[in-house]
Design a protein around this ligand. Structure first.
Ligand code: ATP
Ligand code: MG
Length: 217
């Protein structure tokens, strides 16, 4: 069975927090591929000041030379809000009903999962693998998500590899307290962003003078 995982995000910009969690999850769950899917029009965020094309270009640079990391521009090719449910339908059309598909997600994203468009249908189309994001340990899950998590929870990574969808698991990864927001602010304040992301991405930011004039969003 094919095991494909997906890391979606604004990637404004991509950083080692994204890359390391994707690598460690793929290793511990024994998955074949991680697809990085930048959101064109994130429904839960202000419109990013950096274009989807720039954000996608940085993702491509960031994942270069990793044979299990791939890039998918399906959300860039659609118009309107970038809903994960639509992306999953696109993936199913491509991969079929039998492939195992897993969404990778940080705990901050999962805390708001019940506000995602048609969120209850998502778990019928994929699994979810969660990691704890640093400094979010105190954040409480809404009751509805606690119940949802309990209902779908498994500790067994084999469940994710041998069925197409329906399970949620939680894994520990190296805690890296890096965020795109902090990176945007650092560039804006003319502080160094070395060692927070691949040098190729840093070069791209400087070449295109990104984040210099606006720190947020
Ligand atoms: P921003 O500060 O602009 O929100 P971000 O750093 O949170 O950016 P996103 O593109 O919003 O990055 O995140 C995409 C996904 O990656 C989310 O599921 C998020 O939880 C996860 N993620 C981001 N940074 C980390 C990190 N340092 N460790 C673990 N997971 C992360
Ligand atoms: Mg975020």
């Amino acid at each position: 069975m094919k095991t494909i995982s997906v890391l979606g995000g604004t990637f404004n910009p991509i950083h080692f927090g994204h890359l390391r969690m994707a690598q460690e999850l793929a290793d511990t769950l024994n998955f074949d591929e991680v697809r990085f899917i930048p959101s064109a029009n994130p429904p839960h965020k202000n419109t990013p000041t950096i274009s989807a094309e720039h954000r996608a270009a940085m993702v491509r640079l960031g994942i270069a030379n990793n044979p299990i990391f791939t890039f998918d521009d399906c959300e860039l090719r659609r118009t309107g809000a970038s809903y994960t449910i639509d992306t999953l339908h696109d993936l199913r059309a491509e991969l079929g009903t039998q492939a195992s598909i897993t969404l990778f997600m940080g705990s901050d994203a999962f805390t708001e999962f019940d506000t995602w468009h048609r969120w209850q249908e998502i778990i019928q189309l994929c699994h979810i693998a969660l990691v704890q994001r640093p400094r979010t340990a105190g954040n409480k899950l809404p009751k509805i998500l606690e119940t949802f998590l309990q209902h779908h929870y498994t500790e067994n990574s084999g469940d994710l590899r041998t069925s197409p969808a329906g399970f949620i698991t939680i894994r520990q990864v190296t805690a890296l307290d890096i965020s795109s927001t902090a990176i945007r602010e650092a560039v804006h304040c003319q502080q160094s962003i070395r060692y927070l992301m691949p040098d190729s991405v840093i070069d791209y930011i400087h070449t295109h003078q990104l984040y210099k004039h606006t720190s947020t969003p």
